[in-house]
Ligand binder design. Structure first.
Ligand SMILES: [Zn+2]
Length: 136
């Protein structure tokens, strides 16, 4: 029997540095989905599994992540669901551990930096602060 070579264990939690690196590789839409979640609306394709009596619905988010959801034709109950990231390269960070709440904060910061609405609000607040300081 061939000896198994153990790969390095996956760290439990991704480092902040790793998350910033991921942010740099994602599209703006992917960064948005990382913070707010995907939005799957109307199926773009549908199959029927007559054996299990289920619809198989294919929906795609704007970031190109796919959801394949089974829905029972008579009860309407949700069956198996699968998410396919293959058309959204880079979305999943592999081998760096899961992204915890601090890592998710990185997406919130990144999504606000460079956003004109947030920059404008910050500039306005800073101008008002200077005026208040001069007055006192
Ligand atoms: Zn998405």
């Amino acid at each position: 029997m061939p000896r198994r070579i153990k790969s390095a264990p996956t760290p439990d939690t991704a480092s902040i540095e790793d998350v910033w690196e991921l942010v740099g590789e994602l599209t703006p839409q992917q960064r948005h989905c990382r913070e707010k979640g995907h939005r799957f609306d109307i199926p773009y394709d549908v199959d029927v599994d007559l054996f299990s009596n289920e619809w198989i619905e294919y929906t795609k988010c704007a970031c190109h992540v796919l959801k394949i959801q089974r829905v029972h034709r008579d009860s309407g109950r949700l069956g198996k669901k699968r998410t396919d990231y293959s058309e959204s390269p880079g979305y999943v960070m592999k081998g760096k551990g899961r992204i915890d709440k601090d890592g998710r904060g990185v997406f919130r910061i990144a999504n606000r930096e460079g956003n004109p609405m947030y920059r404008k609000a910050l500039a306005k607040a800073q101008r008002n602060q200077k005026r208040t300081r001069k007055a006192s």
